[in-house]
Design a protein around this ligand. Structure first.
Ligand code: TRP
Ligand code: SF4
Length: 328
């Protein structure tokens, strides 16, 4: 047995990963795989809770997302990478947990209320959607996770998981540790139009964009809204392009840009060119790895198969314990 603490996290398969997803979650996963025994999975059943009317893209989206995970440095030698729907034990544990979860916990879940309003084009008044956090609890505790690397938006879900664990352990004996949310500080980067970066807003830069595309998108970025001419002094502190520089441009160069912008000595066109060149350089290693995985589809298949197998072994051991505890 490894003495490392265990972490579990999942992502719904929304397709290719953009910089917002990368810095918001994936970068942290990549870092944490070195310090923890990590289980990372594609939450395709969770995708189905809102995409049940149109499930046709889930498989392709899972594939694209997995390629981006591997290309940007998730390492199957370090982390167990698997697909939720392939580990049927998740469904069994979800069912058992549903028996002990009061519906009031789910109805008062802030994410639930928000999502129903936000996705008003979808009918989310289903049992499955209400039960989303119960499935998430099953995902997490199946592997007896100590910590769950997630963004702030997922805190209510981890909180429900903890409540379910306490209840389970009280009713049936102590089987599960109480997991904690592991929050990463992530930089705030916005889409090219300064709204939240999102696939559905059409304002995202993807890890899989070509260099030409990245240069074009960067050129179209909204900058300091108060600066309309090159002769106007700018304010990097309110400029989204400058937020990107903070991530991709070496500090010394960036400091000069900051000064020059404030003194109107650099124009936004040039500034964006410098940024996009650095962003492309930052993404270059992952572009190369992506090509490798795309041209060797069997390697991806093998990685998933062996990840599923490892997850399966842990899940079946947990379920034996669970069935015994519940006296089934
Ligand atoms: N709800 C998470 C999200 O939307 C995805 C998820 C599903 C998850 N199961 C999980 C995250 C278990 C962490 C642990 O991002
Ligand atoms: Fe933003 Fe750069 Fe233009 Fe300054 S020069 S406003 S930092 S894009």
């Amino acid at each position: 047995m490894s003495s490392k603490k265990r972490i579990v996290s999942g992502m719904r398969p929304t397709g290719s990963i953009h910089l917002g997803n990368f810095h918001g979650a994936l970068a942290n996963w990549i870092k944490m795989q070195n310090e923890y025994e990590a289980f990372y999975f594609v939450a395709d059943w969770h995708a189905l809770t809102s995409e049940y009317e149109n499930p046709a893209n889930i498989l392709q989206n899972s594939h694209d997302m997995l390629i981006d995970w591997l290309a940007s440095g998730l390492d199957p030698e370090k982390a167990t990478i698997f697909i939720q729907s392939q580990i049927k034990e998740h469904a069994e544990l979800y069912l058992l947990l549903s028996m002990i979860t009061p519906t009031t916990w789910l109805e008062r879940n802030p994410t639930y209320k928000e999502q129903i309003l936000a996705l008003s084009n979808k009918d989310l008044s289903t049992f499955g959607f209400l039960g989303y956090p119960v499935l998430q609890a099953a995902d997490i505790i199946m592997y007896k996770a100590n910590a769950v690397p997630v963004g702030v938006d997922q805190i209510p879900h981890v909180e429900i998981t903890r409540e379910i664990v306490r209840r389970f352990n009280r009713l049936y004996g102590k089987v599960f540790p109480e997991p904690q949310a592991a929050l990463a500080q992530s930089p705030k980067i916005l889409g090219i139009d300064r709204q939240k970066m999102s696939k559905s807003y059409n304002n995202a830069i993807y890890l899989s964009d070509t260099p030409e595309n990245i240069t074009k998108k960067a050129a179209a970025m909204v900058t300091d809204p108060q600066r309309s001419r090159k002769t106007d002094p700018g304010s990097p502190s309110i400029c989204n392009v400058y937020e990107f520089h903070k991530l991709y441009t070496p500090k010394s160069v960036r400091n000069n840009i900051e000064e020059d912008c404030k003194k109107a000595k650099i124009g936004c066109v040039e500034c964006k060119k410098i940024m996009s060149a650095n962003l492309i350089e930052f993404l270059a290693p992952s572009m190369e790895k992506r090509e490798y995985y795309l041209s060797n589809p069997n390697i991806l298949k093998d990685i998933i198969q062996s990840g599923n197998k490892k997850a399966q072994a842990v899940a079946s051991a947990t379920m034996e314990e669970v069935r015994a505890a519940v006296k089934l």
